[in-house]
Design a protein around this ligand. Structure first.
Ligand code: GTP
Ligand code: SPV
Ligand code: MN
Length: 593
């Protein structure tokens, strides 16, 4: 399929290490993929779902010890620890290669080695990059076939070039004690062992498109970010693009596929999805910031997805989709998860494959759930009813606004605008959010997650902040405006105050109006906050005082926040850019006024 010498040498090296019985080059043809689906059904790796109700759809269950990303077993292996920085696990590359090769040695015996050439970004796009993943899992092959552009045509573009990322995955024994997800940014190499779950094994996604790509972007002058990209169309038919960084399971897929409230739809407002998780951004010939979505599908959170919360995501999963760790409805061979509808299946198997009894469901006890809280769907982007006409556009689309956000029960207001790019970088660098089920470990703990990149930045985060500041200097007056949002403020009973989902459009409209210079704002110590009258509450069961309560910047809360940011900044030592130190001092001074 290729005569690229570096590729062939690497494949030979991997063959002698892993000792597969067979080797299969994935050419991307439908016949080949169909053969693999049949084989996965034969071995029980996947279950075929109801062909009439869910054509081309399958269910896969991972090992219960292997259901989310594992941040404590994820490493950035640079020559020095300083290059990986204070927020990453680090190991010397020589030592880690040895440990991983010892674990992987001979692990493909009796199995087939699948070689998947893939492109992150439209094939041949000037913003795209190529990778090759070797895996022993058909589930990985079939997911990569949805999430990326795969097959022989990737080699046509690669030619003899050595600019590609080596991705090795081996399931080994799914032993959590020997599970490692390792990035070697200086070698364009990723090695993942002892896992079979999404983000740990679909190596084009977090491992390449964020950890390796963020490092490449730093070296090459572009940005790889954990951001959705959406186009907001106004009644005149003009489309403005927004990129938004929220931590895992904090609402990117939902915002990317938003359906505006009826009164805005009637006026002609629409939202178009370009991406739901990752953005690669470069400065274009006209000096503006252009973004592509390097992915080709959605690896979305299933629980909570329904007709009302995210109609477009649900539609995207109606065909050619792989479901992971959701429940199986035995009556009609379809899938179910908490929050899909109000009719839990009567005869069902839970995500572990055990009989599930809906009468035993207790909200506070996750072990009674039918679907795992981090169960997911892998759906082709072309299935999405609101996919942007620019989705395949290789040069990318120009970004007008960048939004940061997270889950903060208190503190951060519904929305505010930064006073400048530098101030926006400060806001991103100080972001905090409650942890979610997307990663193994405690859920609901507030932690600092700068730019939603804490688990994904492939180099020293102090250098990453500096890179953001440098990009702003290069962009100058063309820099997108930077905002912060928080859909997750709660009342004393713990209920969300803001309705969220489609109603977030009301906030997006204010953001776009601010970019156009047509909306007013109030200056506060933390940035520009909307006047309550400027957030349209038409058709909403919310009074303006409640809205005021979530727009309020509380001085005492923010003084405490500033002290916590100061603590958070200590980690970065002399790598913390002085501009950010100044920003913090300015915030403290503003609060003291
Ligand atoms: P990753 O795929 O892990 O990166 O997650 P994501 O950022 O794409 O999050 P997603 O859109 O899948 O949402 C995660 C959870 O947040 C789901 O349970 C949603 O129902 C919930 N959610 C999303 N948007 C909102 C919102 O505006 N308000 C509230 N209250 N919940 C939301
Ligand atoms: C995330 O955790 O941010 C995800 C899911 O998008 S995973 O691909 O597992 O990283
Ligand atoms: Mn994500």
């Amino acid at each position: 399929m290729t005569s690229n010498k570096q590729v062939l040498t690497w494949v030979e090296d991997m063959k002698s290490l892993l000792k597969p019985d067979k080797v299969m080059w994935i050419d991307g043809s439908e016949e080949q993929l169909e053969g693999l689906r049949a084989e996965a059904v034969r071995t029980g790796e996947m279950m075929k779902l109801n062909e009439e109700l869910l054509p081309g759809c399958y269910l896969h269950r991972t090992n219960p010890n292997d259901v989310a990303r594992v941040e404590d077993r994820t490493f950035i292996c640079t020559r020095t620890q300083e290059e990986a920085g204070p927020t990453n696990n680090w190991c010397d590359p020589k030592e880690m290669y040895k440990r991983l090769y010892d674990i992987a040695r001979g692990s493909y015996q009796g199995k087939t080695m699948y070689i998947i050439p893939f492109s992150m970004g439209p094939i041949g796009s000037p913003l795209a990059k190529i990778g090759i993943e070797i895996t022993d899992s058909i589930y990985v092959v079939l997911n990569m076939a949805i999430m990326t552009r795969i097959g022989a045509r990737v080699f046509d573009v690669l030619g003899d070039s050595n600019d590609w990322v080596r991705c090795l995955h081996s399931r080994c024994d799914i032993d959590p004690e020997k599970r490692y997800i390792c990035q070697f940014p200086e070698d364009n190499t990723i090695i993942s062992v002892n896992s079979g779950y999404g983000g740990n094994v679909l190596l084009g996604k977090k491992c390449f498109a964020l950890r390796i790509a963020s490092y490449q972007g730093w070296k090459e002058g572009w940005m790889a970010e954990h951001m959705l990209i959406l186009g907001l169309e106004n009644p005149k038919g003009e489309v403005k693009y927004i990129a938004a960084a929220f931590p895992s399971a904090c609402g990117k897929t939902n915002l990317a596929m938003l359906i505006p409230p009826k009164y805005l739809r009637d006026k002609g407002y629409k939202v178009w999805t370009v991406g739901d998780d990752i953005a690669w951004m470069r400065i274009g010939a006209d000096g503006r910031l252009y973004a592509i979505n390097p992915e080709n599908g959605f690896f979305g959170v299933a629980p909570g997805t329904n007709e009302n919360s995210n109609y477009n995501a649900l539609q995207s999963t109606k065909k050619n989709t792989i479901f992971t760790n959701v429940a199986l409805n035995l009556d009609n061979n379809t899938v179910w998860w908490e929050g899909l509808d109000k009719n839990p299946p009567v005869h069902a198997l839970d995500w572990k494959g055990n009989p599930w009894d809906p009468s035993k469901f207790v909200k506070s006890d996750k072990s009674t759930y039918a679907a795992h809280p981090n169960s997911r769907f892998t759906a082709p982007a072309i299935n999405c009813p609101c996919i942007s006409s620019e989705f395949e556009k290789g040069e990318g689309i120009p970004i007008s606004a960048i939004i940061f956000g997270g889950r903060r029960a208190k503190c951060a207001p519904l929305v505010y605008q930064s006073k400048s790019w530098e101030n926006g970088v400060f806001i991103g660098s100080a972001m905090a959010s409650e942890t979610t089920a997307a990663a193994a470990g405690a859920v609901g703990v507030v932690r600092r997650d700068p730019m939603a990149m804490l688990p994904f930045c492939g180099y020293n985060m102090g250098d990453y902040f500096q890179h953001w500041l440098d990009m702003g200097k290069k962009l100058g007056k063309n820099a997108p405006k930077i905002f912060n949002v928080n859909w997750f403020r709660t009342d004393d009973e713990g209920n969300f105050i803001w309705p969220g989902f489609g109603d977030n459009m009301r906030v997006l409209n204010w953001i776009i109006d601010r970019c156009e210079g047509t909306a007013d704002a109030v200056e506060t110590p933390i940035g520009y906050v909307p006047k309550a009258e400027d957030i349209d509450l038409t058709d909403l069961d919310m009074d303006i005082d409640t809205l005021r309560s979530i727009l309020k910047v509380d001085r005492a809360t923010w003084e405490k926040e500033a002290a916590e940011i100061e603590e958070h900044y200590k980690k970065f030592g002399n790598k913390l850019p002085k501009e950010l130190r100044n920003q913090l001092e300015m915030l403290k001074a503003n609060l003291a006024k």
